[in-house]
Design a protein around this ligand. Structure first.
Ligand code: PMP
Length: 307
Protein backbone atom coordinates (compact mmCIF):
# COMPACT_ATOMS: atom_id res chain seq x y z
CA UNK A 1 0.00 0.00 0.00
CA UNK A 2 1.35 3.37 -1.00
CA UNK A 3 1.60 5.88 1.83
CA UNK A 4 1.60 8.84 -0.50
CA UNK A 5 -0.85 11.53 0.47
CA UNK A 6 -1.61 15.12 -0.39
CA UNK A 7 -1.19 17.82 2.25
CA UNK A 8 -4.59 19.44 1.99
CA UNK A 9 -6.50 21.59 4.44
CA UNK A 10 -9.89 23.19 4.85
CA UNK A 11 -9.50 26.97 4.70
CA UNK A 12 -12.04 29.75 4.12
CA UNK A 13 -14.69 27.25 3.03
CA UNK A 14 -12.54 25.31 0.54
CA UNK A 15 -10.12 22.40 0.41
CA UNK A 16 -6.72 23.69 -0.78
CA UNK A 17 -3.02 22.68 -0.43
CA UNK A 18 -1.93 23.40 3.15
CA UNK A 19 1.07 25.42 1.94
CA UNK A 20 -1.33 27.87 0.27
CA UNK A 21 -3.41 28.57 3.40
CA UNK A 22 -2.11 31.91 4.70
CA UNK A 23 -3.47 34.50 7.10
CA UNK A 24 -2.50 38.14 7.56
CA UNK A 25 -0.24 39.28 10.39
CA UNK A 26 -3.12 41.62 11.31
CA UNK A 27 -5.43 38.69 12.06
CA UNK A 28 -7.22 39.22 15.38
CA UNK A 29 -6.63 35.64 16.63
CA UNK A 30 -2.91 35.84 15.85
CA UNK A 31 -2.59 38.85 18.16
CA UNK A 32 -4.78 37.75 21.06
CA UNK A 33 -5.14 33.96 20.95
CA UNK A 34 -8.86 34.48 20.43
CA UNK A 35 -9.51 31.08 18.90
CA UNK A 36 -10.62 27.63 19.99
CA UNK A 37 -9.26 24.40 18.63
CA UNK A 38 -9.36 20.63 18.76
CA UNK A 39 -6.94 17.74 18.48
CA UNK A 40 -8.22 14.48 17.05
CA UNK A 41 -6.45 11.26 16.13
CA UNK A 42 -6.97 8.83 13.29
CA UNK A 43 -5.40 5.38 13.53
CA UNK A 44 -4.49 3.42 10.41
CA UNK A 45 -5.01 -0.33 10.65
CA UNK A 46 -2.91 -2.00 7.91
CA UNK A 47 -4.68 -5.35 8.35
CA UNK A 48 -8.07 -3.81 7.73
CA UNK A 49 -6.64 -1.25 5.27
CA UNK A 50 -8.74 1.36 7.00
CA UNK A 51 -8.25 4.55 8.95
CA UNK A 52 -10.38 5.03 12.08
CA UNK A 53 -10.94 8.49 13.55
CA UNK A 54 -11.54 8.33 17.29
CA UNK A 55 -14.64 10.03 18.76
CA UNK A 56 -14.85 12.58 15.97
CA UNK A 57 -18.35 13.78 16.87
CA UNK A 58 -17.42 14.19 20.56
CA UNK A 59 -14.38 16.28 19.65
CA UNK A 60 -16.47 18.54 17.42
CA UNK A 61 -19.17 18.82 20.05
CA UNK A 62 -16.53 20.11 22.48
CA UNK A 63 -15.16 22.46 19.81
CA UNK A 64 -18.58 23.97 19.10
CA UNK A 65 -19.17 24.31 22.86
CA UNK A 66 -15.77 25.99 23.21
CA UNK A 67 -16.83 28.51 20.55
CA UNK A 68 -20.10 29.07 22.41
CA UNK A 69 -18.34 29.69 25.73
CA UNK A 70 -16.15 32.26 24.02
CA UNK A 71 -19.07 33.89 22.15
CA UNK A 72 -17.45 33.16 18.81
CA UNK A 73 -20.02 33.60 16.07
CA UNK A 74 -19.69 30.10 14.58
CA UNK A 75 -22.62 28.54 12.76
CA UNK A 76 -21.62 25.00 11.76
CA UNK A 77 -22.88 21.96 13.69
CA UNK A 78 -20.70 19.08 14.94
CA UNK A 79 -22.39 16.87 12.31
CA UNK A 80 -21.30 19.24 9.50
CA UNK A 81 -17.76 19.34 10.89
CA UNK A 82 -17.61 15.52 10.88
CA UNK A 83 -18.57 15.48 7.19
CA UNK A 84 -16.07 18.19 6.22
CA UNK A 85 -13.28 16.35 8.04
CA UNK A 86 -13.98 12.89 6.59
CA UNK A 87 -14.11 14.44 3.12
CA UNK A 88 -10.78 16.19 3.75
CA UNK A 89 -9.05 12.99 4.93
CA UNK A 90 -10.40 11.02 1.95
CA UNK A 91 -9.25 13.67 -0.52
CA UNK A 92 -5.81 13.69 1.17
CA UNK A 93 -5.48 9.87 0.83
CA UNK A 94 -3.91 9.31 4.23
CA UNK A 95 -2.94 5.70 4.98
CA UNK A 96 -1.04 6.26 8.23
CA UNK A 97 -1.71 7.51 11.75
CA UNK A 98 -2.85 11.11 11.65
CA UNK A 99 -3.62 14.06 13.88
CA UNK A 100 -6.37 16.46 12.87
CA UNK A 101 -6.29 20.05 14.05
CA UNK A 102 -9.48 22.12 13.62
CA UNK A 103 -9.35 25.80 14.63
CA UNK A 104 -12.17 28.34 14.85
CA UNK A 105 -10.42 31.71 14.88
CA UNK A 106 -11.22 35.40 14.77
CA UNK A 107 -10.23 36.14 11.20
CA UNK A 108 -11.02 39.87 11.20
CA UNK A 109 -8.20 42.40 10.83
CA UNK A 110 -9.31 44.35 13.87
CA UNK A 111 -7.41 45.82 16.73
CA UNK A 112 -9.34 45.61 19.99
CA UNK A 113 -9.31 42.34 21.94
CA UNK A 114 -12.88 41.04 22.19
CA UNK A 115 -15.02 38.09 21.23
CA UNK A 116 -18.26 39.77 20.22
CA UNK A 117 -18.80 41.18 16.79
CA UNK A 118 -15.65 39.78 15.15
CA UNK A 119 -15.68 37.62 11.99
CA UNK A 120 -14.61 34.02 12.48
CA UNK A 121 -13.34 31.30 10.15
CA UNK A 122 -12.77 27.58 10.41
CA UNK A 123 -9.50 25.94 9.38
CA UNK A 124 -8.65 22.22 9.54
CA UNK A 125 -5.27 20.72 8.80
CA UNK A 126 -3.86 17.23 9.17
CA UNK A 127 -0.44 15.93 10.20
CA UNK A 128 1.08 12.47 10.18
CA UNK A 129 1.60 11.60 13.84
CA UNK A 130 2.67 8.53 15.76
CA UNK A 131 3.49 8.81 19.50
CA UNK A 132 3.72 12.34 20.95
CA UNK A 133 5.17 11.19 24.27
CA UNK A 134 6.65 7.80 25.05
CA UNK A 135 3.93 5.38 26.15
CA UNK A 136 6.22 2.46 27.05
CA UNK A 137 9.17 3.65 29.13
CA UNK A 138 7.57 5.81 31.80
CA UNK A 139 7.58 9.60 31.92
CA UNK A 140 9.55 11.74 34.36
CA UNK A 141 7.48 14.65 35.65
CA UNK A 142 7.55 17.62 37.99
CA UNK A 143 4.78 19.56 39.67
CA UNK A 144 4.81 22.88 37.87
CA UNK A 145 5.58 26.18 39.54
CA UNK A 146 2.87 27.55 37.21
CA UNK A 147 -0.67 27.21 38.48
CA UNK A 148 -3.48 25.96 36.19
CA UNK A 149 -5.69 28.92 35.29
CA UNK A 150 -9.10 28.92 36.94
CA UNK A 151 -12.47 28.78 35.25
CA UNK A 152 -13.23 32.41 36.14
CA UNK A 153 -10.01 33.55 34.47
CA UNK A 154 -10.33 31.62 31.21
CA UNK A 155 -13.16 29.06 30.86
CA UNK A 156 -11.42 25.80 31.70
CA UNK A 157 -13.86 23.62 29.75
CA UNK A 158 -13.05 25.52 26.55
CA UNK A 159 -10.02 24.44 24.54
CA UNK A 160 -8.95 27.99 23.83
CA UNK A 161 -5.70 28.96 22.13
CA UNK A 162 -4.89 31.79 24.56
CA UNK A 163 -5.11 29.37 27.49
CA UNK A 164 -2.21 27.38 26.05
CA UNK A 165 0.27 30.07 27.12
CA UNK A 166 -0.22 28.46 30.55
CA UNK A 167 0.58 25.00 29.10
CA UNK A 168 3.60 26.26 27.17
CA UNK A 169 5.14 27.83 30.31
CA UNK A 170 4.69 24.60 32.28
CA UNK A 171 5.95 22.34 29.50
CA UNK A 172 9.09 24.41 28.91
CA UNK A 173 9.85 24.56 32.62
CA UNK A 174 9.57 20.75 32.85
CA UNK A 175 11.62 20.00 29.74
CA UNK A 176 14.31 22.55 30.67
CA UNK A 177 14.55 20.81 34.06
CA UNK A 178 15.35 17.60 32.16
CA UNK A 179 11.86 16.13 32.62
CA UNK A 180 9.25 14.94 30.13
CA UNK A 181 6.12 16.61 31.39
CA UNK A 182 4.60 18.97 33.97
CA UNK A 183 1.71 18.45 36.38
CA UNK A 184 -0.35 21.54 37.23
CA UNK A 185 -1.96 22.25 40.60
CA UNK A 186 -5.17 24.29 40.64
CA UNK A 187 -5.79 27.55 42.55
CA UNK A 188 -6.58 25.54 45.72
CA UNK A 189 -3.39 23.51 45.54
CA UNK A 190 -5.08 20.32 44.31
CA UNK A 191 -3.75 18.31 41.37
CA UNK A 192 -5.27 19.51 38.09
CA UNK A 193 -3.74 17.96 34.94
CA UNK A 194 -0.66 17.81 32.73
CA UNK A 195 0.26 20.52 30.22
CA UNK A 196 -1.85 18.83 27.52
CA UNK A 197 -3.31 15.76 29.19
CA UNK A 198 -5.52 14.59 32.05
CA UNK A 199 -4.11 12.55 34.91
CA UNK A 200 -5.17 9.34 36.68
CA UNK A 201 -3.71 7.79 39.83
CA UNK A 202 -4.13 4.29 41.21
CA UNK A 203 -4.20 3.84 44.98
CA UNK A 204 -5.09 0.53 46.60
CA UNK A 205 -6.74 -0.81 43.44
CA UNK A 206 -8.89 2.30 42.91
CA UNK A 207 -8.56 4.75 40.02
CA UNK A 208 -8.65 8.40 41.04
CA UNK A 209 -8.85 11.39 38.72
CA UNK A 210 -9.31 15.11 39.48
CA UNK A 211 -12.90 16.26 39.02
CA UNK A 212 -14.02 19.16 36.81
CA UNK A 213 -13.68 21.35 39.94
CA UNK A 214 -9.90 21.29 39.50
CA UNK A 215 -9.83 23.51 36.37
CA UNK A 216 -9.21 20.61 34.02
CA UNK A 217 -10.07 20.38 30.36
CA UNK A 218 -12.78 17.71 30.15
CA UNK A 219 -10.78 15.28 28.03
CA UNK A 220 -12.45 12.98 25.53
CA UNK A 221 -9.79 10.38 26.39
CA UNK A 222 -10.50 10.92 30.12
CA UNK A 223 -14.18 10.22 29.46
CA UNK A 224 -13.15 7.12 27.48
CA UNK A 225 -11.02 5.81 30.34
CA UNK A 226 -13.81 6.40 32.87
CA UNK A 227 -16.12 4.25 30.70
CA UNK A 228 -13.47 1.55 30.24
CA UNK A 229 -12.78 1.43 33.99
CA UNK A 230 -16.50 0.91 34.53
CA UNK A 231 -16.62 -1.87 31.90
CA UNK A 232 -13.52 -3.52 33.41
CA UNK A 233 -15.07 -3.23 36.89
CA UNK A 234 -12.17 -1.15 38.20
CA UNK A 235 -13.48 1.21 40.91
CA UNK A 236 -13.02 4.88 39.99
CA UNK A 237 -13.59 8.15 41.81
CA UNK A 238 -13.49 11.76 40.56
CA UNK A 239 -12.41 13.98 43.46
CA UNK A 240 -9.90 16.51 44.71
CA UNK A 241 -6.42 14.98 44.55
CA UNK A 242 -3.66 16.06 46.92
CA UNK A 243 -0.15 16.76 45.68
CA UNK A 244 1.18 14.33 48.28
CA UNK A 245 -0.95 11.55 46.78
CA UNK A 246 1.20 11.84 43.65
CA UNK A 247 4.18 10.79 45.79
CA UNK A 248 2.57 7.66 47.22
CA UNK A 249 0.38 6.51 44.31
CA UNK A 250 0.86 2.91 43.15
CA UNK A 251 0.45 3.95 39.51
CA UNK A 252 -0.02 7.20 37.58
CA UNK A 253 -0.85 7.72 33.93
CA UNK A 254 -1.74 10.59 31.60
CA UNK A 255 -4.54 10.50 29.05
CA UNK A 256 -5.14 12.70 26.04
CA UNK A 257 -5.46 12.60 22.29
CA UNK A 258 -1.79 13.43 21.78
CA UNK A 259 -0.35 11.47 24.71
CA UNK A 260 -2.86 8.58 24.32
CA UNK A 261 -2.35 6.58 27.54
CA UNK A 262 1.19 7.09 28.86
CA UNK A 263 2.45 6.04 32.28
CA UNK A 264 4.40 8.16 34.72
CA UNK A 265 7.54 6.78 36.35
CA UNK A 266 8.55 9.71 38.48
CA UNK A 267 7.04 12.82 40.12
CA UNK A 268 9.34 15.42 41.72
CA UNK A 269 12.15 12.81 41.85
CA UNK A 270 10.01 10.29 43.74
CA UNK A 271 9.54 6.94 41.97
CA UNK A 272 5.90 6.02 41.38
CA UNK A 273 5.07 2.57 42.83
CA UNK A 274 7.87 0.13 42.03
CA UNK A 275 9.03 2.14 39.00
CA UNK A 276 7.39 -0.15 36.46
CA UNK A 277 4.23 0.11 34.41
CA UNK A 278 1.46 -1.00 36.79
CA UNK A 279 -1.15 -3.72 36.30
CA UNK A 280 -4.16 -1.41 36.01
CA UNK A 281 -2.32 0.93 33.65
CA UNK A 282 -1.40 -2.06 31.47
CA UNK A 283 -5.00 -3.26 31.30
CA UNK A 284 -6.41 0.16 30.44
CA UNK A 285 -3.64 1.00 27.97
CA UNK A 286 -3.92 -2.27 26.11
CA UNK A 287 -7.72 -2.05 25.79
CA UNK A 288 -7.42 1.58 24.67
CA UNK A 289 -4.96 0.76 21.86
CA UNK A 290 -7.07 -2.22 20.74
CA UNK A 291 -10.15 -0.02 20.51
CA UNK A 292 -8.60 2.92 18.65
CA UNK A 293 -7.10 0.61 16.03
CA UNK A 294 -10.55 -0.77 15.29
CA UNK A 295 -9.96 -4.20 16.78
CA UNK A 296 -12.76 -4.33 19.33
CA UNK A 297 -16.27 -4.36 17.87
CA UNK A 298 -17.82 -3.58 21.27
CA UNK A 299 -16.57 0.00 20.96
CA UNK A 300 -16.90 0.53 17.21
CA UNK A 301 -19.44 3.35 17.75
CA UNK A 302 -16.51 5.51 18.86
CA UNK A 303 -14.83 5.19 15.46
CA UNK A 304 -15.50 6.86 12.13
CA UNK A 305 -14.19 4.70 9.26
CA UNK A 306 -12.54 6.81 6.60
CA UNK A 307 -12.46 4.22 3.79
N1 PMP B 1 -5.96 18.78 29.14
C1 PMP B 1 -5.36 19.61 28.28
C2 PMP B 1 -4.84 20.91 28.79
C3 PMP B 1 -5.22 19.26 26.93
O1 PMP B 1 -4.61 20.08 26.07
C4 PMP B 1 -5.70 18.00 26.49
C5 PMP B 1 -5.53 17.61 25.05
N2 PMP B 1 -6.62 18.03 24.28
C6 PMP B 1 -6.32 17.16 27.42
C7 PMP B 1 -6.44 17.58 28.73
C8 PMP B 1 -6.88 15.84 27.01
O2 PMP B 1 -8.04 16.01 26.23
P1 PMP B 1 -8.46 14.96 25.12
O3 PMP B 1 -8.47 13.63 25.77
O4 PMP B 1 -9.82 15.40 24.71
O5 PMP B 1 -7.47 15.06 24.02
Amino acid sequence: MSTSHKELCYFEGKIIPTTEAKISIQTHAFQYGTSVFGGIRGYYNPKKKNLYVFRLFDHFNRLVNSAKMMQLNFKKSPEELVEITLDLIRKSHYHQNIYIRPIIYTSALQLSPRFHDVDVELAIYILKLDDYLDTENGLRTIVSSWQRYSDNQIPSLAKSSGGYVNSALAKSEAVQAGMDEAIFLDANGYVSEGSAENIFLVRNGQLITPSLNSSILEGITRRTIIKLANDLKIPLVERNVLRSELYIADEIFFTGTGVQVAWVKEVDRRIVGDGNKGAITKKIQSLFFTIVRGEDDLYKDWLSSVY
